[in-house]
Write a protein that binds this ligand. Structure first.
Ligand code: SAM
Length: 252
């Protein structure tokens, strides 16, 4: 379930050829979900993403995540991946499931889709892959620019990553997006709290405060050092968001 990508220099996770070769090699192994399965992510997905909304799964790989979401009531999930091998496998596997669609596509150029096509974009490990490749900052900015373009106003980009706020917020909190960001921290699957843990009352379902410096609070205890971070990035919706800086003009 969990693969350590902190050693990402070893591989070129940003390279389509790397992923094609890997999916060919693992074709007989069935599916694999990086980091977390849907069952662990469900509380967050159900809280922020309506089942009737149009969802884009970027870098779907051969994960079960989208299938599990459909079993849980999601009606329309477009899955893209740079690997044509992964997409061919998944398209064949789910040809009888109308809620799931698959297209080979580079997340840095999703011009196939018009602006504001999706209510939500889910990313489990794909920004991470780009961050491990060459030209990481440029590629990440291109990807996130595309994600922002495709989101409807009020839409959600849900990023599931091993990257803590110090390494992910510089990319997510750019003023051009103006996303409102919430953070959750969950342990990797199978993590056992030490019996001596003082924070056994902590709920992983509570958002974690992000300091003005874009870090975890100084007193925050990361119980599992290999925790995963879930960033909920909400695109502003000018028609409903109330802004203190620019109130509606008073009628005269
Ligand atoms: C770490 S795997 C995660 C797969 C899946 N989301 C999961 O949770 O198991 C990263 C995925 O991103 C895909 N990927 C890498 N670069 C991409 C790009 N530029 N555009 C689209 N997909 C990309 C890879 O082919 C791979 O399937």
């Amino acid at each position: 379930m969990f693969r350590d990508v902190s050693a990402c220099n070893t591989y070129n996770y940003g390279d389509a050829l790397y992923w094609d070769a890997r999916y060919v090699q693992e074709a007989h192994c069935g599916s694999f979900d990086w980091y977390q399965r849907y069952s662990a992510l469900r509380p967050f997905v159900r809280k922020y993403i309506p089942t009737s909304s149009r969802v884009l799964m970027v870098g779907c790989g051969n994960a079960l995540m989208s299938e599990d979401m459909v079993k849980d009531g999601y009606e329309d999930i477009m899955n893209i991946d740079i690997s044509s091998v992964a997409i061919d496998i998944m398209r064949r596997k789910y040809e009888q499931v109308p809620q799931l669609k698959y297209m080979q596509m580079d997340v840095k150029d999703m011009s196939f889709f018009p602006d504001e096509s999706f209510h939500s974009v889910i990313d489990k490990g794909t920004l991470d892959s780009l961050m491990c490749g060459t030209n990481a900052p440029i590629n990440a900015a291109q990807m996130l620019g595309e994600v922002n373009r495709l989101l409807k106003p009020g839409g959600i980009y849900m990023l599931i990553t091993y990257g803590d706020p110090t390494v992910r917020l510089p990319y997510l909190s750019r003023s051009v997006y103006n996303w409102k960001i919430e953070l959750y921290v969950i342990p990797r699957p199978g993590f056992q709290r030490p019996a001596s843990s003082v924070s056994s009352e902590k709920s992983f379902l509570e958002p974690v405060f992000i300091t003005e410096k874009g870090t975890l609070p100084a007193d925050y205890v990361l119980e599992d050092p290999d925790s995963h971070f879930i960033y909920i990035c909400k695109k502003p919706d000018e028609s409903t968001d109330v802004s203190i800086d620019s109130p509606h003009p008073l009628s005269q």
